[in-house]
Design a protein around this ligand. Structure first.
Ligand SMILES: C[S@@+](CC[C@H](N)C(=O)[O-])C[C@H]1O[C@@H](n2cnc3c(N)ncnc32)[C@H](O)[C@@H]1O
Ligand SMILES: [Zn+2]
Ligand SMILES: [Zn+2]
Length: 578
């Protein structure tokens, strides 16, 4: 017997606690390069892969489970001549962890974005990285000079970091929700009445110039989101060596309103995008300023050979969530908060334009200015590269782009492990969330979008449940066909509506495979930014042999839904056996 067949609850608890701590203690550089929604905890993945390898006898001598787990994580078993498949690869946690253990991995994803990301990670250690870095610097300097110049308060040449924008109402009036542009020891204020921008150490309740009241929660008319207007700029002046805020001048306004003809994809009406359509945004290019669109376009065109071309796309796509005008200045966090931090498209009270290339030199090093621009995306890429080289990680995976249900029947291989994390019903809409990125890097058009939406596994409405189930069967049937006789299929799933769990299990009841174990494990690693209903996943273990179904509980439950999910395990097993 392997450990995976009989994980005791002490071990399960230790795994959950360790995986959670690991993620927050040291963000693992390979997983930081580009956000993908619904990433699994890498610790869970690595440890459970190890459990499929190791003999359960080993547990007999264990008294301290947390040191056991820690040691196992840092010295996982070396796997040789075994193959692993993940038909819903996404951000690739399973493929990367599988590679670290030594599996030869194959991953499939219908979405081009994670495929680009995973291919980029693979080439990092072998490419001419210095040349790539030089290329970025050249194009960044060119674009900064051409599009992002301003004058500091003393009149020197300076670069824009942020431009603070407001939406206007139908009458063309500025709709200010908060007059404070920036918090901190020195606070910056903008008065929409007299147009002044000024700094003050003390909190201001009214404008020092015209007496206009700075009410914290200003009410405003219904917004017309298409009308944008810049009013203040945060810049960096290398002569004064400082960041500062100033009011926009005529010259700044001319620079802001650049002409571009770049139109991106028309926004389709989907679960997450509907909100944009409702306020009159029709095309994804409206989520960027003209100057940002030009910057991205020229930047991408600068790279016309591989691997630079793909890497540049990944960098731009990563920077996009901070650069989109859905980023806003948050008084609570005293910084500009990028869009899609959590998951959805929504309209912030006051948008901010971030210069995608703002950086400065400090002791010969390139430092990004502002959060999450292309320069910081590049630094994340460099960190991932150093990590891969330092730990001699061989990323032995092959990525296939397309619908798993179409690709799997064409694969002529047998796998020892299939470990996957399919879309969990009406929760994360991957295409909705990635279309803006895909359209900017020219990886989607009307035709490929139709195909993506037709074949993507997702459940937007209850009435599509049959389709979702059909998709699962169409994928897992050929997948199970490719599983070796002693192979294991590991699938994670959760849902606040327990009925969905039964629907999910029903699919597997029909397949030539037997349920062998269920473990509640800590689920999605995208942090505690929002209160989520569920933090746990159920990890289902299947194999070809019939045996008693083993399960363990964990004390690591966080919400009442986690408890509910966990306590449903015995009834789920009864249901499965029926
Ligand atoms: C839950 S995510 C996987 C996340 C991944 N395990 C990680 O840790 O980063 C599910 C993935 O399935 C992909 N997907 C949805 N329908 C698909 C299909 N028909 N074929 C292949 N991939 C699909 C989505 O694009 C998404 O990336
Ligand atoms: Zn004023
Ligand atoms: Zn200056």
């Amino acid at each position: 017997m392997k450990i995976i067949d009989c994980v005791p609850h002490e071990l399960l608890d230790a795994v959950n606690v360790f995986s959670k701590e690991l993620e927050w203690a040291r963000r693992i550089p390979v997983y930081e390069v580009h956000k993908w929604w619904a990433r699994r905890y890498s610790g869970i993945v690595r440890l459970f892969l190890a459990f499929t390898e190791l003999d359960s006898e080993l547990l007999k001598s264990v008294s301290d489970f947390s040191s056991f787990v820690r040691n196992l994580y840092f010295n996982p078993p070396k796997v040789k001549n075994k193959k692993l498949l993940d038909p819903f690869a996404g951000g690739g946690t399973i493929l990367v962890e599988g590679s670290i253990l030594g599996y030869e991995c194959v991953g499939i994803d219908i979405n081009k974005l994670p495929c680009l990301l995973l291919n980029s990670l693979k080439v990092l250690p072998y490419m001419d990285f210095k040349k790539f870095e030089q290329n970025i610097k050249t194009i960044a300097d060119y674009l900064l000079d051409r599009l992002w110049r301003t004058r500091c308060l003393k009149g020197h040449n300076a670069y824009i970091i942020h431009t603070f924008l407001v939406w206007k109402n139908g009458k063309g009036e500025h709709q200010i929700r908060s007059n404070k542009i920036k918090d901190g020891k020195l606070k910056f204020y903008f008065c929409e009445k007299c147009g002044n921008t000024y700094a003050s150490e003390a909190e201001q309740t009214r404008c020092t110039f015209c007496g206009n009241e700075f009410n914290k929660s200003k009410r405003y008319d219904k917004l017309e989101y298409c009308e944008l207007s810049p009013y203040a700029i945060e810049y960096y002046c290398s002569t004064c060596c400082e960041r500062n805020i100033k009011k926009t001048t005529e010259e700044d306004l001319d620079n802001f309103w650049r002409n571009t003809t770049c139109n991106l994809l028309n926004i389709p009406k989907l679960s997450e995008t509907d909100r944009l359509l409702k306020v009159g945004i029709r095309d994804f290019s409206q989520l960027l300023t003209p100057r940002q669109l030009l910057t991205f376009e020229i930047f991408l065109n600068h790279f016309n050979t591989e691997p630079g071309k793909t890497l540049a796309k990944v960098l731009v796509s990563d920077a996009l969530r901070s650069c989109s005008i859905l980023a806003y200045y948050s008084e609570k966090y005293a910084k500009v908060i990028p869009a899609f931090v959590i998951k959805s498209y929504w309209l912030p009270p006051q948008p901010v334009e971030l210069n995608p290339l703002a950086y400065r030199f400090l002791n010969g090093r390139v430092l990004p200015l502002g959060r999450g621009n292309i320069i910081s995306a590049f630094r994340k890429l460099r960190r991932a590269r150093n990590f891969i080289i330092q730990y001699k990680i061989e990323l032995r995976y092959k990525i296939l782009h397309g619908p798993a249900q179409d690709i799997l029947p064409q694969i002529d291989e047998t796998f020892d492990v299939i470990f996957t994390d399919p879309p969990y019903v009406n929760y994360q809409y991957y295409s909705d969330l990635s279309l803006f990125n895909l359209s900017l890097i020219k990886e989607v058009n009307e035709q490929t979008l139709t195909e993506l939406l037709r074949k993507e596994l997702t459940l937007r409405h209850k009435k599509d449940l049959m389709n979702y189930k059909k998709g699962l069967i169409e994928t897992f049937c050929p997948a199970v066909d490719r599983l070796s006789n002693n192979g294991k299929l590991l699938v994670t799933f959760h849902h606040p509506d327990l009925k969905m769990l039964y629907t999910f299990l029903e699919v597997f009841k029909k397949l030539p495979i037997r349920l062998q174990a269920i473990y509640p494990v800590i689920g999605e690693s995208s942090g505690k930014l929002i209160e989520r209903k569920i933090y746990l996943d159920l990890l289902f273990v299947f194999g070809k042999q019939q045996r008693d179904i083993h399960y363990s509980f964990t004390t690591y439950t966080l919400t009442k839904y986690d408890k509910l999910l966990q306590s449903s395990i015995p009834t789920l097993i009864e249901f499965y056996k029926e």
